[in-house]
Design a protein around this ligand. Structure first.
Ligand code: COA
Ligand code: AMP
Length: 638
């Protein structure tokens, strides 16, 4: 089939408002938007202006009203607990309206915030949708973050309540959430009035009298009393959620997503980009704590009337590297979405793909990868073993959906390995130099999006328009700065090569090395430090730290290194995967005192590097090389 992509992209270019106005007809509005785009509203315009709607209604009620009630909406498949549970659309609607009534009784109303700190259990999805039903703003915090990260988010969002579970399950260990939650509330200046705790039998938590409430008991009481909450009408431009993501400092950025534009954009992607129809089974193997989980475990599949899968497991070890194929076969998955790192993990365990042959994947149509650059080796391996299109697509927490990709629904374009293909309608992507001029084809520059951003992208940063402007709009006037570097080829294909800031991507998780530096620098024996990302065969990148100790410190440097590793795990969380710290006598710097992190990373990765013209003392690079060699780190690993 010839791709319709070029026609559709042109239709969008010719009349953007008409394009998104058409897409908006797929959504049920309480009041249709007065203006599809209001240029002067908010820091950079707002979509679906003056519309009134409810996201939960569009995800659940309308499907039940139109006969989809008995179809599976959510399948929880949990190899780490051995449990599987299916909710039909009717059942999910019942649970969500019941839990919304509980939240409403606790005073949660339109515009109030609730933090959700939960593992991959159905209650996390129920809590998100219940907030949406009430017009309350949820902020989901990933379970792999430590107490102080949770505290930072509590202080920024100012939630009325926190919804959590007693524990999460990681292979080989139970992660008790309650002590982390208690620690976070202790640290936070803002004290949420109430916590609702879902007790899991693997590690029930002690509840704090007066503040903590048992999920199951609250629900049983509400059910007995026949409570249910109706959908609260909200402005299309009201926030649906805040999702914190790493910025260039330890202070995360609170990405704010609206209700109306978000629904319109996500619904459009399901058929046109992912090529799925209502009733199909869609599986995003991610976590509800990340944007992929928000968009493609919860909202988009439900908006489209699909069955979505909530997978509580890992690509390997739960129990083996065949679990993805088992899930695809058992639940008749049509399209799957995950991060390349998951496939690298599978490839490492089962290089010949022998476990694929044990399963009937005849209903499987395509695999989508995002979260980090899909390396051509992994792509080719997956194509070869699965025999379906494997599609890399590029996006960010900020955009909420793909900026560029190969649209299966519109018809695939020729694949070029290493490129996430072309910009989606909505995105006018330009490659700029430092003076904000477009660079020539094939030349690397700052990948930028000409304003306005399409529906579904961030509205602003929570209560911080100034940081929003400064982070994304000020550097290239008239453009959104993606902070990715890359280039476009003669066919308009994009190549996204690296970040231009201190963000690294570890196993598809976005982390700030600046944030880690702040923690390492807080160690009393550390005079200064540098944390940077180096290449890793499995995780894409991993952080390593270089420490310069205070003069006169007589302790064993190995002990101090181990303490900084422990500190990062305690302060940021295990997800940071900070396992290597190396003591050095000095750090390489420019004459103006900037640490040459990029050059150190190149040395560690075994790449060629140019001696920076402004380097203060070139001999320090030899010292760094010797330290890396001695420790057997990066390209010096044995
Ligand atoms: N709660 C608590 N701890 C968590 C956690 C959670 N929800 N998720 C991860 N962790 C912990 C892990 O147990 C691990 O701890 P350890 O240092 O004690 O081993 C640490 O955080 C690092 O986790 P991770 O980076 O996920 O590595 P891993 O070794 O556990 O697994 C992969 C590696 C590749 C199998 C795994 O990262 C994976 O499947 N990633 C998928 C990526 C993904 O979903 N990305 C989201 C965007 S699409
Ligand atoms: P996150 O906000 O966690 O989704 O991370 C967004 C960042 O991940 C982007 O800015 C890119 O640096 C990187 N990224 C995500 N998807 C891709 C991709 N397909 N190719 C290259 N980089 C990607």
């Amino acid at each position: 089939m010839a791709s319709r992509y070029h026609d559709v992209y042109k239709r969008w270019q010719d009349d953007r408002e008409a394009f998104w106005g058409d897409a908006a007809r797929e959504i049920d509005w309480i009041e249709a938007p007065g203006k599809i785009f209001a240029k002067t509203a908010g820091p950079h315009g707002q979509w679906m202006y003056e519309g009134v709607c409810n996201t939960c209604y569009n995800c659940l009620d309308r499907h039940v009203e139109r006969g989809r009630g008995d179809q599976a909406a959510l399948i929880h498949d949990s190899p780490v607990t051995g449990q599987k549970k299916t909710f039909t659309y009717s059942e999910l609607l019942d649970e969500v309206s019941l839990f919304a009534a509980v939240l409403s009784d606790f005073g949660l109303a339109r515009g109030d915030r609730a933090i959700i700190y939960m593992p991959m259990i159905p209650e996390a999805v129920i809590a998100m949708l219940a907030c949406a039903r009430l017009g309350a703003i949820h902020s989901v915090v990933f379970g792999g973050f430590a107490a102080s990260e949770l505290a930072t988010r509590i202080d920024d969002a100012g939630p009325k309540l926190v919804i959590s579970a007693s524990c999460g399950i990681e292979p080989g260990r139970v992660v008790a959430y309650k002590p982390l939650l208690d620690g976070a509330i202790e640290l936070a200046k803002h004290k949420p009035a109430r916590c609702i705790i879902y007790q899991r039998p693997m590690a029930p938590a002690a509840l704090t009298a007066g503040r903590d409430h048992d999920w199951a008991r609250l629900l049983a009481d509400a059910r007995r009393q026949g409570k249910k909450s109706a959908c609260v009408p909200v402005a299309a431009t009201d926030p649906l959620y805040i999702l914190y993501t790493s910025g260039t400092t330890g202070q995360p950025k609170g990405v704010v997503r609206d209700n109306g534009g978000h629904m319109v954009a996500l619904k459009w992607t399901m058929r046109n980009f992912y090529g799925v129809d209502p009733g199909d089974v869609f599986w995003a193997a991610s976590d509800v704590g990340w944007v992929v989980g928000h968009s493609y475990i919860v909202y988009a599949p439900l908006l489209h009337g699909c069955t979505t899968i909530l997978f509580e497991g890992k690509p390997v070890g739960t129990p083996d590297a065949g679990v993805f194929w088992r899930v695809i076969e058992e639940h008749k998955v049509s399209v799957m979405f995950t991060a390349p790192t998951a496939f690298r993990a599978i490839k490492k365990e089962d290089p010949d793909g022998a476990l694929v042959a044990d399963h009937d994947l005849s209903g499987f149509k395509a695999l989508f990868l995002a979260g980090e650059r899909a390396d051509p080796d992994t792509l080719v391996w997956a194509e070869d073993k699965l025999g379906v299109p494997v599609i890399d697509h590029w996006w960010q927490t900020e955009t909420g959906w793909a900026i560029a990709g190969n649209p299966l629904g519109l018809g695939l374009l020729p694949v070029k390995h290493g490129s996430p293909t072309v910009p989606m309608p909505g995105y006018d992507v330009r490659i700029l130099d430092d003076e904000c001029n477009e660079v020539a084809e094939g030349e690397t520059g700052a990948v930028s999006i000409k304003l306005p951003l399409p529906p579904g992208c961030l509205m602003t940063l929570w209560r911080n328009d100034a940081r929003f402007r400064e982070s994304y709009l000020d550097e290239y006037p008239g453009y959104y700065k993606t902070a990715d570097a890359g280039y476009k080829d003669a066919d308009g294909y994009l190549y996204i090569m690296s970040r231009t800031d201190d963000i690294i991507n570890v196993a598809g998780h976005r982390l700030s090395t600046g944030g880690m530096e702040e923690v390492v620098a807080s160690h009393p024996d550390v005079a200064e430090c540098a944390v940077l990302g180096i290449a890793d065969k499995l995780k894409g990148q991993v952080p390593i730290g270089f420490l310069v100790l205070n003069a006169g410190v007589a302790r064993d440097p190995g002990e101090i290194e181990a303490e900084t590793v422990k500190l990062v795990r305690e302060k940021i969380g295990p997800v940071a995967a900070f396992k290597t710290a190396l003591t050095v006598a000095r750090l390489p710097k420019t004459r103006s005192g900037k640490i040459l992190r990029g050059t150190i990373a190149k040395i560690a990765d075994g790449e060629d590097y140019k001696m920076p013209a402004t380097i203060d003392d070139p001999a320090i690079l030899d010292e760094i090389t010797a330290t890396l060699k001695k420790a057997g780190v990066g390209s010096f690993a044995n």
